[in-house]
Design a protein around this ligand. Sequence first.
Ligand SMILES: [Zn+2]
Length: 163
Amino acid sequence: MKYKFCPLCGRKLEERYSWDEGGVPYCSKDDMMFFDTPKPCIMVAVVKGDEILLLKQSYIYKNSKVLLTGYVDNNETAEEAVEREVREESGIEVNNITYLGSDYVKDKEILMITFMADYVSGEIKKSDEVEGMGWSKLSNALNEMKEDEIGLRVVKKIIEIKK
Ligand SMILES: [Zn+2]
């Protein structure tokens, strides 16, 4: 997002030259540069034996299940966001959080950082924000999540790793 006004004090931003970035919107009152950066978001495939945790969120994809996602909060690492989002949305504890790569979601200005994690404990107790949630066979997951492009790539990587 290209800032025109300072999100802290509201004054019009000037342009300040940053040697590696070129002109960057800058507020002289707050002495802060506002870089055009994406929002970091995590996506995680929770794996339990030969099963994987899938969500149904019709507002994202009508006919497809998705992997669990969430925004990274300020003051936390991507791995901490994975643990927190899984706990908040599903009531499950995970470990062995493994980075699988990142994707850029153009129309949403999101940097999607993808992970797999192992189920440790807990019964599924979905949050009110989630429409549906359950364990699916890893071997059938690709059929159930046809519209979730990034999720499909994540599951394909996991199937490769588990071979
Ligand atoms: Zn300002």
